[in-house]
Write a protein that binds this ligand. Structure first.
Ligand code: SF4
Ligand code: SF4
Length: 730
């Protein structure tokens, strides 16, 4: 084969003074409206949140679809939120006794554990002049560490208020209330839980909202008269009927077995006959309550709560003797998807007649609409039955009988499903993705057909320095697209914890770069990322070039010694990977061996030791070209290992390369060419200098000599299967 060459005016009929009076009144009205609106909305800024949550946590921008700030961890989660911070007033603005909602800053982690609850502002009379705020601030500290999946009860002296050993109550947690402020702390509890549940359901997928979409709304205009018996059949009314024998069976094998004499004497008689019906749908509500009672109930439902009629017949009412109107029933729990809802008596005792049933209790219970439940989906109404054995400090045994209730779906309507969070992240960054995608496409074309750009040294220099400027300025400092070891060690920790890698979807820029780099391993090897797409690598290139322009002395290390020192990056890589497996906390600190966060992510806006370290590495690079890349960078080590997947020796070589010609070896600033002329792909940054020389009949020594002698040159045989792409081999 041969060589190829190759932005005032008062109305006139108004007296001027009257106009200004009117204007003043308008301003006052506007101020009042604005003030009232703002008092119902959170007022904290991202900076306020950042002052409370420092490293290793970082606060992301407030979400648009729900008023909450995601918290990301420097190491964990691979950039996906590890928790959320939000103001309760934004999500559950429940009026207090003064009429204004209290506001709490609530944070929960991704498992639904409360991280912290902080009082921001409150106007409760009892906490203003009376008790002062201290008891309230102390009360909210109790949330930390508890989980929103639990049923929260409030009791005075909760820790001492126990009668004896109990069983089956692990689903409940009790907060110590505040004496003289019982009602206010219940509003606190509803505010905190309502807001947390809203965020958990929207962002944490706790109730699989992602799968079922938003919650249903009752259709207000659908009404078809229906008989009670038919409602029992079609599911509009839920019913749970237990005989004495069935209840005795529940307690079999426990301390509660055989202690109910009546149950033992009349086993077939009804112990409890429990009914539930969702009232917000007119068809069910009017059928159960009748039009007059239904209208009275709906007219008083100022907060648009979810309302259920709950009733019992038999010998076990669903409220006990200690039941206080307006409170929860200790015998009932309402839950959906495993999450307890605070169902409270609404102060109605409706008159409802049920054939064949003598109701002992008939009440209406409600759940705040902010609680986030879906009324069209199955709801678990659990009746706790308690038996006591013994007279002094009796042993209590609790058992639950659960009624699953879901009214017909044709009484509801579902709003459209929201866009998944990860897709929102991609949509928000479409322009950056498009720009970077175009740059990657251009780079691919250049690397696939390098001859035209490389054969002209000036053209290659302009393109390469231009692309590296893009990598540093746009990809690194603007788009925050610096890949780092954190992605590798984070992946290790996620997989080790069995959490998968779906969190990468939340960082589209990094995901795009990772995908491109992985593909490039197979085609071109390690140098595609390190030579073109690493912002810190680009910064080093510019510092190195500047040093050469300033004629700073450039150190040279013998190739044999340099090759030994290059093992340093594999050693650092091994330490970081090992720490990710064995010492995750220490690993977070060790990852600081990379100066990427200091130099690129925060643009040197960090404490002085970190800045000094990054600047020191850049200074070292000004005396020894790509010092950090060659001897320390663990990510570079990982890239070199990935580059071993390369299928082609795509950089063209001739039989004469190395023997005798050393031109490319001398020109290569990365020591990536052996004296023998072989390319060390693990060390190659794909600068394309040697490719240009290869194709240039005024720089490639063998061409120049052989042309004069009329000889023909041949490409060197490829060391990898498949041989070199056609252009390079030409
Ligand atoms: S060796 Fe490290 S710093 Fe250098 S270009 Fe590669 S990843 Fe970037
Ligand atoms: S000159 Fe060196 S670093 Fe550049 S492409 Fe050739 S071998 Fe790679």
């Amino acid at each position: 084969m041969g060589i190829s060459r190759n932005a005032t005016v008062a109305p006139k009929f108004w007296p001027k003074s009257e106009f200004f009076r009117l204007l003043l009144l308008c301003w006052i009205a506007l101020f009042c409206v604005a003030h009232s609106a703002s008092s119902l909305a959170g007022s904290l800024s991202k900076a306020d949140i950042e002052r409370r949550f420092g490293p290793p946590l970082h606060v992301q921008d407030k979400l648009t679809e729900i008023p909450a700030w995601p918290l990301v961890h420097e190491i964990e989660g691979n950039g996906a939120p590890v928790g959320y911070v939000f103001e309760s007033i934004d999500l559950a603005p429940i009026p207090g006794f003064e009429g204004t909602p209290m506001n709490f800053l609530v944070s929960i982690d991704k498992k639904g554990n409360f991280m912290d609850v902080e009082l921001l502002h409150q106007h409760e009379p009892v906490f203003l002049g009376g008790l002062g705020e201290a008891p309230l601030r102390e009360f909210v500290t109790q949330y930390a560490g508890r989980n929103i999946k639990q049923q929260f009860l409030i009791a005075l002296n909760a820790a001492r208020n126990r009668t004896g050993p109990s069983s089956g109550q692990s689903f409940q947690t009790t907060l110590d209330g505040v004496a003289k402020a019982t009602a206010s702390v219940r509003i606190v509890n509803q505010s905190v839980l309502g807001a947390a549940l809203e965020v958990a359901r929207a962002k944490l997928g706790f109730s699989a909202r992602k799968e079922r979409g938003p919650v249903a709304h009752a259709l207000p205009d659908v009404y078809d008269p229906v008989a009670f018996a038919d409602m029992l059949k079609n599911g509009m009314v839920g019913r749970l009927r237990l005989t004495n024998a069935e209840v005795e069976k529940l307690f079999a094998g426990t301390d509660g077995a055989g202690v109910d004499d009546e149950a033992l004497a009349k086993p077939e008689e009804v112990f409890v006959d429990l009914y539930i019906a969702y009232l917000n749908t007119p068809t069910i509500g009017r059928a159960i309550l009748g039009d007059a009672q239904y209208k009275a109930v709906i007219d008083r439902n100022f907060d648009n709560e979810h309302l259920w009629w709950i009733a019992t017949a038999g010998r076990y009412p669903f409220v006990d003797d200690a039941f206080v109107p307006g409170a929860q029933s200790r015998r009932l729990t309402l839950a959906q998807d495993g999450y307890f809802l605070e169902a409270r008596d609404q102060g109605f005792e409706p008159s409802v007649s049920v054939a064949d049933a003598d109701l002992n209790t008939s009440l209406i219970f409600g759940v705040f609409s902010e609680a986030g439940l879906d009324p069209a989906r199955p709801l678990d109404l659990a009746l706790t039955i308690t038996r006591a054995k013994g007279m002094i400090l009796p042993t209590l045994t609790h058992k639950q009988a659960t009624l699953s209730y879901a009214p017909p779906k044709n009484l509801f309507v579902y709003p459209p499903a929201p866009t998944p969070e990860w897709l929102l992240a991609w949509q928000a960054r479409w322009l950056e993705l498009a720009v970077i995608g175009a740059a990657l496409a251009l780079l691919s074309v250049i690397l696939a057909r390098p001859r035209w750009i490389s054969v002209n040294p000036r053209r290659l220099q302009v393109f390469r320095l231009g692309f590296l400027a893009f990598t540093l300025l746009y990809l690194g400092w603007y788009a925050q697209g610096q890949l780092s070891m954190v992605q590798i060690t984070g992946a290790i920790k996620s997989l080790k914890a069995g959490q998968g890698l779906s969190s990468y979807l939340y960082d589209p820029i990094s995901l795009l770069l990772i995908a491109f780099t992985l593909v490039s391993f197979f085609v071109w090897g390690r140098g595609t990322f390190c030579g073109w797409l690493c912002p810190f690598g680009a910064l080093q290139e510019f510092i190195g070039k500047l040093a050469q322009l300033l004629r700073l002395p450039q150190l040279k290390i013998p190739l044999a010694l340099a090759k030994k020192l290059e093992w340093g990056r594999y050693l650092v890589l091994a330490v970081l990977v090992g720490a990710a497996f064995l010492l995750p906390r220490a690993g977070e600190t060790l990852n600081e061996v990379e100066p990427f966060k200091t130099a690129i992510t925060v643009g040197f806006d960090r404490t002085w030791p970190f800045v000094a370290y990054a600047v020191g590495l850049l200074v070292a690079g000004s005396f020894y070209y790509k010092f950090f890349c060659r001897f320390i960078c663990p990510l570079g080590g990982a890239m070199s290992l990935g580059g071993r997947l390369r299928r082609w020796d795509w950089l063209p070589r001739r039989a004469e390369c190395g023997k005798p010609c050393q031109r490319c070896k001398v020109v290569c600033e990365y020591d990536a060419i052996e004296p023998s002329g072989e390319i060390r792909y693990d060390a190659c940054f794909q600068c394309l200098d040697c490719v240009g020389i290869y194709h240039d009949d005024r720089r490639c020594v063998p061409i120049m000599i052989y042309d004069k002698r009329g000889k023909t040159l041949t490409p060197r045989a490829s060391g990898k299967s498949g041989g070199a792409p056609a252009e390079q081999a030409a």
